[in-house]
Ligand binder design. Structure first.
Ligand code: SAJ
Length: 412
């Protein structure tokens, strides 16, 4: 069997490498020449624990190869981004171009699996696009169980930072357009998934993925709302949550500077966009989480007002602990706003990167090691709970005004 993975990003590349490590021939397809060349030389263009080793091994034994143009294969896995447009409408153009790119090489008996997180109905749309390009083949949207090509939606659910582990251990939702499509998809996933493969239809699979991330977003919004209420009532929110969580049926998540990443801050909008009148709580949760960075900026402004020359050390820029990923990061947004609004001199501390993005350096923010930032700053702003920060000594912080959005100095 030959598997083709379209889109070699945070999901596609680890998936391609893991399948290849099971001895299956994998062809990875990407639109970036740089990505293709990097992978073919046995290297990786993204940071994820152990990914470099797995990719290098797969390339070295000749089981993984990257290319710019799709080639014939038995199974096609599509793992391209699904961002949203300005009005929160899901943008399916990457899926559409992927469908167009593979259509010419499709052969009878192939399966096409959409892994990208997608709004409900996207798999049916993708099938229509494929069918339009290949009128000589039949697809499950019109030919059901007898179709020449099988189609399924199998959403990815891996946690950045634990991708290689979760790719294998997580249960998978297999949303075939027909039962035959599901059966064919399960065969493929069972070559590398140790978790259960559970079948449903494609629309339910699409909604399940959106539901998982909305569930987390709503629960984080609850914690963020609590943090505002507690500030007002002069209660330590971290202590409060720890106490409430002693109840056997209460499990409150942690407040923070906002919600980042490219999944939880995006996917709930797909539900809101498709059911705007019904999705009231899901929309509100997004708004609460999105408003947290501005609240933190105001907190820091108040702290800075106590000093003639405020120097603010912003601890952490990534969207969560112990990764280097700055995409959609509330920490980055807050640090930038502090500099743009000239709240004080802004120093960024981010042990996982070696160079600041232009959006910060252009505003005069400097990147410094923790010790140096600690000697200079009078305001300490904790934005990410990186391991390095959690080990800070109390003598380091006693002399500063601290705004701790992650509660690293409150929870033990
Ligand atoms: N966060 C909090 N408080 C918490 C937990 C998280 O403020 O108690 C923040 C984080 O700091 C971060 C954001 O939420 O800014 C999201 O982080 P995360 O670790 O919750 O999730 P992601 O975005 O890294 O990965 C999620 C996962 N989904 C769920 O846990 C339901 C992952 O399994 C999905 O595969 C991934 O989205 C995805 O690709 O959709």
């Amino acid at each position: 069997e030959k598997v083709s993975v379209i889109g070699l990003g945070y999901i596609g590349l680890p998936t391609a490498a893991v399948i290849a490590s099971r001895g299956i021939e994998v062809i990875g397809v990407d639109i970036s020449e740089n990505t293709v060349n990097t992978i073919n030389s046995g290297k990786v263009h993204i940071v994820e624990p152990d990914l470099d080793m797995v990719v290098q091994a797969a390339v070295n034994v000749g089981k993984l190869r990257a290319t710019l143009t799709p080639e014939p294969a038995d199974a096609f896995l599509i793992a391209v981004p699904t961002p949203f447009k300005d009005n929160y409408e899901p943008d399916l153009t990457y899926i559409q171009s992927a469908a167009k790119a593979i259509a010419p090489v499709l052969e009878r008996g192939n399966i096409v699996i959409l892994e990208s997180t997608s709004p409900v109905g996207a798999t049916e749309k993708m099938t229509d696009w494929l069918a339009h390009e290949r009128p000589d083949l039949t697809f499950p949207n019109t030919d059901g169980e007898n179709a020449d090509i099988q189609v399924a939606h199998c959403p990815e659910r891996v946690l950045p930072g634990k991708v290689l582990e979760e790719l294998v251990s997580n249960d998978r939702i297999i949303g075939g357009m027909t039962p035959r499509c599901s059966a064919r998809a399960i065969e493929l996933y069972q070559t590398f998934v140790r978790g259960d493969c559970i079948t449903t239809n494609s629309r339910t699979a699409e909604m399940a993925k959106l539901t998982e991330n909305s569930f987390r977003d709503v629960n984080i919004a609850f914690a963020n709302e609590l943090s505002l209420i507690c500030d007002q009532l002069k209660i330590n929110v971290w202590e409060l949550i720890k106490l409430a969580n002693r109840h056997p049926r209460v499990n409150i998540l942690s407040p923070g500077p906002g919600v980042g990443g490219h999944c939880i801050a995006v996917d709930p909008w797909f539900i809101v966009h498709s059911s705007p009148d019904e999705a009231k709580m899901i929309r509100k949760a997004r708004e609460i989480n999105d408003s947290k960075p501005d609240y933190v900026v105001r907190q820091v402004q108040e702290a800075a007002d106590q000093f003639k020359k405020p120097v603010i050390a912003c601890l952490g820029l990534s969207f969560k602990a112990d990764i280097d990923d700055l995409r959609e990061s509330p920490a980055l947004e807050i640090t930038r706003k502090l500099a743009v609004e000239k709240v004080g001199e802004v120093i960024a501390v981010e042990p996982n990167i070696s160079e600041l993005p232009d959006s910060l350096s252009d505003e005069g923010v400097s990147l410094q090691p923790l010790e140096k930032a600690l000697t200079k700053a009078n305001v300490l702003l904790v934005l990410v709970d990186h391991a390095q920060f959690k080990n800070m000594a109390t003598s380091d912080i006693n002399t500063k005004v601290v705004v701790d959005t992650k509660g690293i100095f409150s929870v033990q």
